[in-house]
Every structure is written in C-alpha cells, then in structure tokens.
Design a protein around this ligand. Structure first.
Ligand SMILES: [Zn+2]
Length: 288
C-alpha cells in the first residue's frame, strides 16, 4: 500500500467514524449499540450484523457463534444438523469451584447447544460438504468427549458419503473437567482425519479467533488446506506462557493468522466476506 492509499483509507475510516458518531447522538438507546473492541467506535448492532459482524471502520472481525457462522457460510436452508443426540457426560464427577454438570447446564442454556460443536452437512455455492463448527461461547469452545465424538462421527459419515470435510475451529483447547478423556480426543479425531486421507477426501481447516491447545494440536491443523480468518489468534500454548518459558519477548504479531501465513503454517488468510467465495473455489477445484 502506498502512502497515498494509506491516507485515503484512513480518511475514509475517519469519515465513516464521524457518520457513526453522529448517529450515536440521534439514538442513544444502549441496547441497539455495541463498541468495537479494537477501535472503540460505537456501532449499531444491526449495522454490524449486516456487515457479517466485521467493524465497518477498522475491519476488526468480531467473534461469531456457530449458528451465525452457519448462516454466513452456507447456502440458505441447506444445512442439516447431524449427531444432535450426542451430549456431554460427567464420568469423573468432576468439580472445581463449581460442579462440572452445573457448568454444562449453564453453557447449554446460554448457547442453546448440547456441547461446543455443531456437526452437519450443507452446501456452499452448491458444493456439498460435511462440517463441524465450534462455538467459543460454550465453555471456551473446549474439546471434551462429546466434541471429539461428534467430530469423529462426522468424518466417518463423510467417508461413507464420499464428502469433503471442513472444520471451523474456535477453541481454548481440551476441556480440563474431563481430564485425560479430553486428551484422548486428540488421538481419536486425528485417526479419523487419517482415514479420511486414506479415502482420498478433501479436508479443510478454517481457523477462527481463537484456536489454541488440543484443537490446534489435533484435527485443527491436519487440513489439506488450512485457512485462517483475518486477525484470528492461533497457537498451542498462550503467548505469556511461551515468553516465561523461553525468557524472550515475542514479535507483536506472534500467533496471528498473518504471522502464521508468513511462516508457512497456514495456506490462506481470508477476510470473512471472502470466505464463501474462497471455499467454493477450493471445493470446485477438488470436486471428485
Ligand atoms: Zn473497529
């Protein structure tokens, strides 16, 4: 980008911000507005939703839940949910500051989901694919037995039906309340991906903000093609933990989608508005 381009872009952004600020004065009803966590601009929630939950001023990509993601990515009314009946259990009868079963019920009530992933089959610009979409609002998108089981069942279903698979990740990692049972999901899902590979079927990973821990270390980064959404943070351990371990400070863009692209860990960094088009291109190129 030249200085002139940069200047024009900034001017446009300022103008847009002034327009938005003017509208704030007209209507100050708090429930209609939200604040961009990146640039601080007040945005009408309806404007934000219309813009795919991307800030119209600074292009910050807000985190979206699994249902919204389905709406944004799939052709209308084509997504059919599968394995709805798989629900989390509490085999260890775990409790920390609260009972695990209580945490589960609270998350279920908050998200209307049984667990942190929705699995199903849908179409993107007419291309059919099996998909698992994680939801960070459900206990930080953590992977317990039910999440691992649903992802595995979905991949097995795709092998039977000869469908490509896409996982949309958003996760803090394995679910500590299920201890080793959560960690086992890493091996289980990885084995399923390996079988998908043996069957010669396409596997796409779409990494969204944030993707960390056991999900990054298993089915999240085994894709034939790995796409990261613009601005997403992706890693295994968190930045602070790494800095304390190696006693070095890390680059400011460390663990961002853009940093990972520069270093060969992901293949594409995509803006949200381009995702459908990019996915449709990839699916059409790999059509059986
Ligand atoms: Zn912003």
């Amino acid at each position: 980008m030249t200085i002139q381009d940069w200047f024009e872009k900034r001017k446009e952004a300022q103008l847009e911000r002034r327009k938005i600020e003017a509208r704030v004065d007209e209507d100050t009803s708090p429930s209609l507005w939200t604040k961009c966590v990146h640039c601080g601009t007040q945005i009408l929630i309806s404007d934000l939703e219309e813009n795919d939950n991307v800030c119209p001023v600074c292009d910050y990509h807000f985190r979206v839940n699994a249902q919204t993601r389905i709406k944004q990515l799939f052709d209308e009314n084509t997504f059919e949910e599968l394995f709805v009946g798989i629900k989390p259990t509490d085999p260890l009868e775990f409790t920390d500051t609260e009972l695990y079963v209580n945490r589960l019920s609270a998350a279920q009530e908050k998200t209307s989901l049984n667990d942190a992933v929705i699995t199903g089959v849908g179409e993107i610009e007419g291309h059919k694919l099996a998909t698992a979409i994680m939801d960070f609002d459900f206990m930080g998108g953590s992977m317990g037995s039910a999440v691992g089981e649903k992802v595995t069942k979905l991949i097995e279903h795709a092998i039977e039906e000869k469908l490509p698979v896409m996982v949309v990740t958003s996760s803090g990692g394995a679910r500590m309340q299920e201890s080793a049972l959560s960690l086992m999901q890493m091996a289980k899902t990885s084995c399923a991906v390996s079988k998908l590979d043996d069957a010669g079927l396409l596997y796409i990973c779409l990494l969204t903000e944030p993707t960390f821990g056991g999900v990054t270390a298993s089915f999240g980064t085994l894709g034939d093609i790995i796409i990261a959404e613009q601005g997403a943070r992706i890693g295994f351990a968190g930045r602070r933990v790494i800095e304390q371990t190696i006693h070095q400070s890390l680059p400011s863009d460390f663990q961002t989608a853009e940093y990972l692209l520069k270093n060969g860990q992901v293949d594409i960094v995509s803006k949200r508005k381009d995702l459908r088009k990019n996915l449709a291109n990839i699916l059409s190129l790999h059509k059986l």
